[in-house]
Design a protein around this ligand. Sequence first.
Ligand code: ADP
Length: 161
Amino acid sequence: MIAIYPGSFDPITLGHLDIITRSSVLYQKVIVVISLNPNKKPLFTVEERIAQIQKAVHHLPNVEVDSFDGLTVTYARQCQAKVLLRGLRVLSDFEKELQMAHTNKTLADDIETVFLATSTEYGFLSSSLVKEIARFGGAIRHLVPEHVALDIERCYRKILP
Ligand code: ADP
């Protein structure tokens, strides 16, 4: 069975990578899909995010990386995925994620949203938190893959004086 894992991944964190690694054991193929969100101004371009994720998952042969501008269920249908994966951290995720899962169910009844609970050590971790820490020069190397930490640090060196 094919599963897709959609998100912004701006950038990928160790929390995302944990969900990808654990789901790669459960499904034949997992496609990590960068969804283009017009309401968010990303730090990294889609191409940069694809490269970051590809490098982070290179040791997982059944994981692919892609991007899509449109409804997640449309993408799922195109690649014949029956499962849409999402990660759950805290209670506030649940409200938003359940609404999204119900919405997607009304659009595509044949596609199931499957939630994976975060691993305890990553329950607090989000891409925005990483960016906020990095913006003020804090340590992020324990939160994202090493090559991503380098990209973020380089990025803020350019943006900030
Ligand atoms: P989005 O903008 O779609 O919320 P994100 O890139 O922030 O995209 O997250 C993609 C998915 O990964 C979401 O389901 C989110 O809840 C989940 N996720 C993010 N961080 C973690 C984490 N630390 N542990 C588990 N799941 C996570």
